[in-house]
Design a protein around this ligand. Structure first.
Ligand code: SF4
Length: 477
């Protein structure tokens, strides 16, 4: 009897689809505007999109131009209990409205200003709600902080895996050892040092990692994008994400004619850095005017896409993936369990094995056996992303019209409404039970939210006796 019970439990655990996740996918697809229900659309087929926290730890200790946080953000105290309470409430709503699995960013200010225990508690809350968390940072912290985050007081692992997105660009001022970078290249030792901390953590404590590299692009560093990719491609980052600057957030930080770094110009520079064309229509995440993505891998110094958008056989692979594996939850599933679930899909649909083997053969031929052998079959998956936030002066009116159920006549506002409707990046408001696009959060809601937080979590000046240098003085960002 015990064996039968165990077999039944195993059968249940390895069922390929979680019905709740499948239902969340169907809801997401049904909510998408018709125009973005393209063959490559990932939303509603294999994911619900990204999520992010807000109003949890708004303060930062660097100065960036531009900065998407409102000007009041730096007058709010970083507070562990407040962060945990807010993260719990926001994750609860995301769990209820977007289903059991998603990628979620722990974002809002500088995450490393949280004490390591508070940071770890926030990540654990996110995991408990089925979220795969990624901490957003400027990367200016030491190995000691990372170790105290990843390990408990007894030195054992708190997490099997951590994910960080580190923002590096030359418009960030105040980094230790590099107050004002002269160019992007000057930051490369800092980029390398950041990634090396995670390699050390894995070596010493077995904690796996995923790292994304974020960079704001303006006309002032557009022509350095390609060299950042070439110089940093082998440092350990699994994603390079570029954000053409928008007129959003703190208006005191708008220093350039950002619009000259157009999405096409930025994408062309990313292509120059990879040395190949990047097809962002094979897989789409929401509206391609907001997001462009290219999934692939490096062998040595050359990057190859997983699927070639110019080859109909590869596009058939994508379609088969969505059809048979789209509703399998890859995120947060332990590798052995995932393998068991995938095997069950293959047993049920044997043609998927044939499709996969043919794709593998084509991909190996594309790379070339000598190239693979030369690099000892080392394949490094790296994704390229471009995310273009929208300017505050269009988001505000477009969002108001959407709330009133009106459709804009003006082409610019109409485009903004369309992009907001297909938004890939949501933030939760438990007080109203609603989700909003991150553009709306930053353009419309952040200022009042931070004003309220300044009252709730004021920064307390500590007066110290004359001659002492230990007083705290909040730094105006
Ligand atoms: S609407 Fe804004 S936040 Fe949402 S995906 Fe588009 S640019 Fe990003």
């Amino acid at each position: 009897m015990r064996i039968i019970a165990a077999l039944r439990a195993l059968e249940r655990a390895t069922r390929p689809y979680d019905p709740e996740f499948a239902a969340a996918m169907e809801r997401r697809w049904a909510e998408l505007p018709e125009a973005v229900r393209t063959p490559g659309q990932v939303l509603g087929r294999h994911g619900v999109g990204c999520e992010g926290t807000h109003g949890v730890f708004p303060k930062c200790n660097l100065k960036c131009t531009p900065c998407y946080h409102s000007r009041g953000a730096n007058q709010v105290r970083v507070d562990g209990p407040h962060t945990q309470e807010q993260v719990t409430a926001q994750m609860g709503l995301l769990r209820a409205l977007r289903g059991p699995r998603a990628h979620t960013q722990l974002i809002g200010g500088e995450v490393s200003l949280l004490a390591p225990d508070d940071h770890a508690a926030a990540l654990a809350i996110m995991r408990d709600h089925g979220r795969e968390p990624m901490s957003f940072t400027h990367g200016d912290f030491d190995y000691d902080y990372l170790a105290r985050l990843a390990l408990g007081p007894d030195g054992t692992r708190r997490f099997e895996r951590v994910s960080f997105a580190a923002h590096f660009d030359k418009f960030m001022y105040g980094r230790r050892g590099m107050e004002r970078p002269r160019d992007e290249q000057a930051l490369n030792p800092y980029r390398a040092r950041f990634a090396a901390m995670f390699v050390r953590l894995r070596r010493e404590h077995g904690v796996r990692f995923f790292l994304a590299h974020n960079m704001t692009v303006t006309p002032g560093n557009l022509d350095e994008v390609a060299s950042v990719i070439r110089d940093c491609r082998a440092m350990g980052y699994g994603m390079f994400s570029f954000q053409p600057a928008a007129f959003l957030g703190d208006e005191r930080r708008w220093k350039e004619k950002f619009r000259e770094a157009t999405p096409d110009a930025v994408w062309a520079e990313i292509e120059r850095g990879t040395g190949t064309r990047l097809d962002y229509r094979v897989f789409e995440n929401g509206d391609v005017r907001c997001n462009r993505t290219a999934y692939g891998f490096y062998v040595g110094r050359r990057w190859y896409p997983f699927l070639d958008g110019g080859d109909s056989r590869d596009l058939a692979v994508r379609d088969a993936f969505f059809r048979h594996f789209g509703k399998v939850t890859f995120t947060g599933t332990p590798p052995a369990l995932l393998a068991a679930r995938v095997t069950r899909v293959v047993v049920r649909h044997p043609s998927t094995a044939v499709t996969a083997l043919r794709w593998l053969g084509r991909t190996v031929r594309r790379v070339g056996v000598p190239q693979l052998v030369r690099h000892r079959m080392r394949v490094r998956p790296v994704t390229f992303v471009m995310h273009q936030f929208m300017d505050a002066d269009v988001v505000g009116p477009a969002w108001e019209m959407t709330q009133r159920g009106e459709q804009a006549e003006d082409p610019g506002l109409r485009e903004t409404q369309e992009r907001l409707a297909a938004c890939h990046y949501a933030m939760a408001h438990p007080e109203t039970g609603t989700l909003v696009p991150a553009c709306v959060q930053h353009a419309v809601l952040d200022p009042a939210e931070n004003a309220a937080l300044r009252t709730l979590l004021p920064i307390v000046e500590v007066r110290t006796p004359a001659g002492s240098s230990s007083g705290t003085s909040p730094k105006e960002k």
